[in-house]
Ligand binder design. Structure first.
Ligand code: NAD
Length: 261
């Protein structure tokens, strides 16, 4: 599949799943707007390295996904830099684990802002550009937690269920426009977001990190394997392809059997 000359925004692409998605799109000839937090020099090395390896244009915008005006600017700058916004991957996300009585309100606000509202704002601004071009792909990174719950993740589960619902609505509104909107629902993927949870569980339970990692998988995923960021990137490429042109408002699940139980 070639995405030559197309332009993609991948939010939260300085790490984990978003980084792998940005690399996969660039490898198919797609110009990419990176976004996310991190060390300035490391981000510039990532940007320049990807541009060189894949011979595409790669830019970086530091929009904070809690700030609607910065999200609007991210979309506008992408259009100005590349001439279009063909693919939007709403991926930036954070996690916090605590029972609801102890859940810090500021963590609730931040998770709802980054994991849910940012997707609304990015689509709000990018969709008119895609509709005018009569082609577009909106790919929302939800989670198994968009389909089922786990204790102590009230904000994350609420936000991801929200993403699944939002995806269905946007899918309906995009019907017959050349634009599709779909979600990917990964189970455990071993990224910094999950590594932090494994280390916290090891500390709390007084067990080695390796054992905490095995326990985490065994609790949820019968396959006892992490999905890799590259496998999620493969699903994003599939959703961007013509093969997926009749998928609308759907969820693609890769969770080692988690939600089949
Ligand atoms: P990660 O921590 O490796 O990456 C998160 C990215 O989001 C980083 O680039 C970070 O800088 C960026 N980010 C965080 N706050 C931001 C903000 N305010 N503004 C802009 N960027 C911000 O995490 P990951 O595991 O790669 O997660 C990516 C997405 O995948 C998230 O939406 C997450 O909920 C989802 N997901 C992850 C897993 C998993 O097991 N890792 C499973 C299901 C879904």
């Amino acid at each position: 599949m070639s995405l030559e000359g197309k332009a993609a925004i991948v939010t939260g692409s300085t790490s984990g799943i978003g980084k792998a998605i940005a690399e996969a799109f660039a490898a198919q000839g797609c110009n990419v707007m990176l976004n996310g937090f991190g060390d300035k020099a490391a981000i510039e090395a990532q940007r320049a390295g990807l541009a060189k390896t894949c011979s595409v244009k790669v830019a970086y915008h530091g929009a904070d996904m809690t700030k609607p005006a910065e999200i609007a600017d991210l979309v506008a700058k992408t259009q100005a830099s590349f001439g279009s916004v063909d693919i939007l991957v709403n991926n930036a996300g954070i996690q916090h684990v605590a029972p609801i009585e102890n859940f810090p309100p500021e963590k609730w606000e931040a998770i709802i802002a980054i994991n849910l509202s940012a997707t609304f704002y990015a689509i709000h601004h990018a969709l008119p550009v895609m509709k005018a071009a009569k082609w577009g792909r909106i790919i929302n990174i939800a989670s198994t937690h968009g389909l089922v719950a786990s204790a102590q993740k009230v904000a994350y589960v609420a936000a991801k269920h929200g993403i699944v619902g939002l995806t269905k609505v946007v899918g309906m509104e995009c019907a017959d426009t050349g634009v599709t909107c779909n979600a990917i629902c990964p189970g455990w993927v071993l990224t910094p977001l999950v590594q932090a949870q494994i280390e916290a569980r090891a500390r709390e339970q007084g067990i080695p990190v390796d054992q905490a990692r095995r326990n985490l998988l065994a609790e949820k995923q019968p396959q006892l394997q992490f999905t890799t960021p590259e496998q999620i990137a493969g699903l994003a490429l599939f959703l961007a392809s013509d093969t997926a042109s009749n998928m609308q408002g759907a969820q693609l699940v890769s969770d080692g059997g988690w939600t089949a139980q």
